[in-house]
Design a protein around this ligand. Structure first.
Ligand code: PLP
Length: 395
């Protein structure tokens, strides 16, 4: 079934189609000049020295942890309220995720819980800007600095946002963006590591490409295969590597999307503002947090039912919305309660009550760059109808 109003939708114009076509007509489909342009565009926007394009946000997080030497026996402090990849990458390197509960307003980790969770085994703090909100990033940054451990920023939901005078992605020793089709900008599949750390950037460049050598002081393309054959360094492997490369077709989409980023962010902000205006008077909902001092990047529009609603009622409301061909989602089920994590680390319901309470009552509404006011009105009206129905059931 195709949702009449989908949960999300990419914003692809002739600009993206033309860039991709140009690559298709060239002979260079991987590790070429377009990837370098895309890396430059993202790094310049974020304000970091390096951008390293990879095949997904998850691949980028994996390399960031490997590059910082996180491994077995290490602990990484992170949030239970996120998309699963922010914890899975900790498991990939054999480290232990130490979850801390969230602040119910921003939905990001409560800084005091982060501080309290630090032990001699803590190797990093892995923070996420939930739904694009940079609240507390500066606090994590100073906690990490005080304890001399790196802050890893999973910025996959926050491209273009800023807070405390810094861009999302530039708070940590390393930041990672994701470009799956539901993100602010997309490359189909893709991700980008951003950092000021030369050594870390080189390590990530090498590891994304089978551990091949990278000479950061000269033209990188010397080490890449010429279009028809094998460069001298092509079969030399200095370390364990992966194939986490981003191809030129994805990078071409990325270049076009980056050139439109301000327009995209502006439109998304307008969509969010219209939802807020439309739903402001609905006392059964908590609307997304908008902190005046932070410029959030709108990834999704997630409303929360007030605490008198149960998760079953939330699920019924979502089913009702879907029956009206409106795409909705329960962003996010708690990570510590996902089967593989729950079993491995002995977590249970009640471990992180704030995250669980929030997670039981969220509804992500349809949200994308080109969502129209009529559609927003229809979604809002349907949501109000479903809320009223639940109200009647209870009486
Ligand atoms: C989207 C996302 C990712 C990365 O997703 P990929 O599908 O691997 O690109 C990682 N962390 C968070 C919090 C995300 O929202």
């Amino acid at each position: 079934m195709i949702d009449e109003i989908p949960l999300s939708k990419p914003d692809i114009t002739d600009a993206e189609i033309n860039e991709v076509t140009r690559v298709l007509r060239s002979d260079r489909l991987s590790i070429g000049p377009v990837l370098e342009s895309f890396e430059r565009a993202v790094a310049d926007r974020v304000g970091t020295t390096h951008g390293v394009g990879v095949s997904s946000g998850t691949a980028g997080l994996h390399l960031a942890l490997l590059g910082l030497g996180v491994g077995p026996g290490d602990e990484v402090i992170t949030t239970p309220f996120s998309f699963i990849a922010s914890t899975n990458c900790i498991l990939y390197v054999g480290a232990k995720p130490i979850f801390v509960d969230i602040d119910p307003k921003s939905l990001n980790m409560d800084p005091s819980f982060v501080e309290a969770a630090i032990t001699p085994k803590t190797k990093a703090i892995l923070a996420v800007e939930a739904f694009g909100d940079p609240t507390h990033m500066e606090a994590y940054r100073s906690i990490a600095a005080r304890h001399e451990i790196p802050l890893i920023e999973d910025s996959c939901e926050g491209l273009g946002g800023e807070g405390s005078g810094r861009n999302i992605g530039a708070f940590g020793r390393v930041g990672v963006f994701g470009f799956y089709p539901n993100k602010q900008i997309t490359t189909g599949e893709g991700g980008m590591i951003v950092t000021d750390d030369d050594r870390l950037a080189d390590l990530c460049r090498s590891m994304r490409n089978h551990g091949r050598p990278v000479n950061s002081n000269s033209d990188r393309s010397k080490h890449d295969p010429p279009p028809g054959g094998c460069g001298a360094a092509w079969l030399s492997h200095e370390r364990l590597g992966y194939n986490y490369r981003m191809h030129e077709l994805s990078a071409a989409m990325g270049v076009a999307q980056m050139s439109r980023l301000d327009e995209i962010l502006h439109k998304r902000r307008k969509v969010a503002e219209h939802y807020t205006r439309r739903l402001m008077g609905e006392h059964r909902l908590t609307l997304p947090n908008v902190n005046d001092t932070e410029r959030m990047s709108w990834f999704v529009y997630v409303v929360r039912l007030t605490s008198e609603f149960s998760s079953e009622e939330r699920d019924r409301i979502m089913s009702g919305m879907r029956r009206h061909d409106i795409g909705v989602a329960d962003y996010f089920p708690c990570i510590h309660l996902q089967p593989h994590i729950r079993e491995a680390f002995g977590h249970d319901r009640g471990d992180f009550p704030i995250a669980e309470s929030v997670s039981n009552r969220t509804i992500a509404l349809p949200f994308h760059t080109n969502l129209g006011e009529r559609e927003i009105d229809l979604v809002s009206q349907t949501l109000e109808l479903m809320l009223a129905r639940e109200g009647l059931r209870g009486t």
